[in-house]
Design a binder for this molecule. Structure first.
Ligand code: F0G
Length: 454
């Protein structure tokens, strides 16, 4: 059940069909080029787009904007220790800042980094440091129809194979991303987390959890992993994170804030500063993010995140969150759309390859669906198939991410109605071709321009 009501409203409107056609053309059929005022329901991302609570807004007023020794940093530190169990916090402007700070201390030229699946900024940071990012998804993770409670898990078999090839001494970091954003927001079990921790210890690697969506993951564990029936989300989250040596966190997700993030390091043995990860991360933080008591955030942002972290594990929030995403999946499936199953934590993913068998992969079925949902209903979402990942062997998925505590069921019904209208005329739908693209292929979906195939 929802435990909140709206206390502030933001006007949105559905542009006319004519306007939507014009917007698409002007935007080069790329949703990233569309102005937000031309969007009716914005499902591009769950990152920084959620609604803050009354207590978060109140906390903003307490912001201590001191450069050094800010009280607001103290409150963030306390929240991270209480909610996540990590005493050493390096504040950063957002998740990718934390990635730069932490991985920059751990990864060098020629190193291999293992991850259940690298998110795109994680992959780019590892590559930028000269490392080789290797994904270790479990069987079925990329199959929209495979059953499984924890399709986000890390495959130890795949990891062992990679270590056998690369040599354990060349694998300094093992990362577990919870939930697994690149595998349709699927959760990771605590049992798998323990195995990955043991594996990392066995090869003397640092075990990092990317905890962006740690509370959604804990709610899945509460529902699906027998050992934890009867435990609270707060207890499960602490248990799962306790196995990591370090965390990277985007506060824009389950910090329930509009901006912010941090890296965190577990208790470390006393020793030389140069040997201590926390000290090294702090120094790198100063260079790239800011002094260690603000790290690129305003004091008020740290206050909002400190409150948000606590709210993220408090019932009934995590339960209501997963229920809304699941209900959205059911609405879309009832409309006849091919939904990735089971539905993940922060988004519903649609299989555009199945929806448009008549659109060839090089005419981008996923991006075609993005175009059609906007054309039909002013709905914005993101392609994660052959347009975003050129050359990768993966399904033509489109992600409809739900901002937290933001949209009502009517909005979601509107999206399902738009989807049903697209389905009705799918035979006549043609694909897209690229007109111009940036030099870096990994970043092409952010700025490439397209046109309809003649
Ligand atoms: N790690 C994961 C798993 C993420 O999903 C993201 C961001 C980041 C790191 C980087 O965090 O955006 O604060 O710098 N994901 C967003 C998304 C952008 O839409 O999935 P950030």
């Amino acid at each position: 059940m929802r435990n909140y009501r709206a206390a502030m409203v933001e006007p949105i409107s559905l542009p006319s069909r004519e306007r939507r056609e014009a917007v698409l053309e002007e935007a080069g059929y790329n949703a990233f080029n569309v102005a937000s005022e031309d969007v009716y329901v914005d499902l591009l991302t769950d990152s920084g787009t959620g609604t803050m609570s009354r207590d978060q807004w109140a906390a903003l007023m307490r912001g201590d904007e001191s450069y050094a020794g800010s009280r607001s940093f103290g409150r963030l530190e306390e929240a991270v220790a209480d909610v996540m169990g990590f005493p050493n916090v390096v504040p950063c402007h957002q998740g990718r800042g934390a990635e730069n700070v932490l991985y920059g201390c751990l990864v060098g030229e020629g190193d291999v980094v293992l991850n259940n699946a690298h998110f795109d900024t994680t992959r780019a940071h590892v590559a930028n440091l000269g490392g080789d990012p290797v994904d270790c998804p479990v069987e079925g993770a990329r199959d929209p129809n495979a059953p499984g409670d924890f399709k986000g898990n890390f495959s130890l078999d795949r990891a062992r194979e990679t270590v056998a090839e690369a040599g354990a001494e060349n694998v300094p970091v093992v990362v577990l991303t919870i939930t697994n954003n690149s595998a349709a927001g699927q959760p990771v079990s605590v049992a798998n987390t323990r195995e990955v921790a043991d594996f990392a210890r066995g090869i003397d690697a640092t075990f990092v959890i990317d905890a962006c969506r740690f509370a959604e993951n804990a709610e899945f564990v509460r529902r699906r992993e027998a050992e934890f029936t009867g435990d609270t989300v707060a207890e499960i989250a602490r248990e799962q994170l306790s196995y990591a040596d370090a965390l990277v966190m985007s506060g824009k997700k389950e910090g329930l804030a509009n901006v912010g993030g941090f890296a965190a390091v577990a208790e470390e043995p006393e020793g030389e500063a140069a040997d201590r990860l926390f000290e090294r991360a702090k120094q790198r933080g100063i260079l790239y993010e800011g002094f260690p008591t603000y790290g690129g955030m305003a004091g008020r942002d740290m206050e909002a995140m400190a409150v948000g972290l606590r709210e993220a594990v408090e019932p009934p929030y995590p339960e209501a969150r997963l229920d809304q995403v699941a209900a959205f999946g059911d609405l879309l499936a009832d409309a006849g759309l091919p939904v990735y199953r089971p539905v993940g934590g922060h988004a519903v993913y649609l299989d555009a390859g199945e929806l448009f068998p008549n659109v060839a992969p090089d005419e981008f079925p996923g991006q075609t669906l993005v175009r059609e949902l906007y054309r039909e209903g002013g709905v914005r979402c993101v392609e994660l198939g052959s347009f975003a990942f050129p050359g990768a062997d993966r399904p033509e998925l489109v992600r409809l991410a739900l901002p937290r505590r933001t949209y009502a069921r009517e909005h979601l019904e509107h999206v399902a109605d738009a989807g049903a209208a697209v389905l009705d005329r799918r035979e006549a739908v043609r694909g897209l071709e690229i007109v111009s693209e940036p030099p870096v292929p990994e970043l092409r979906h952010f700025s490439a321009e397209l046109r309809p195939v003649e």
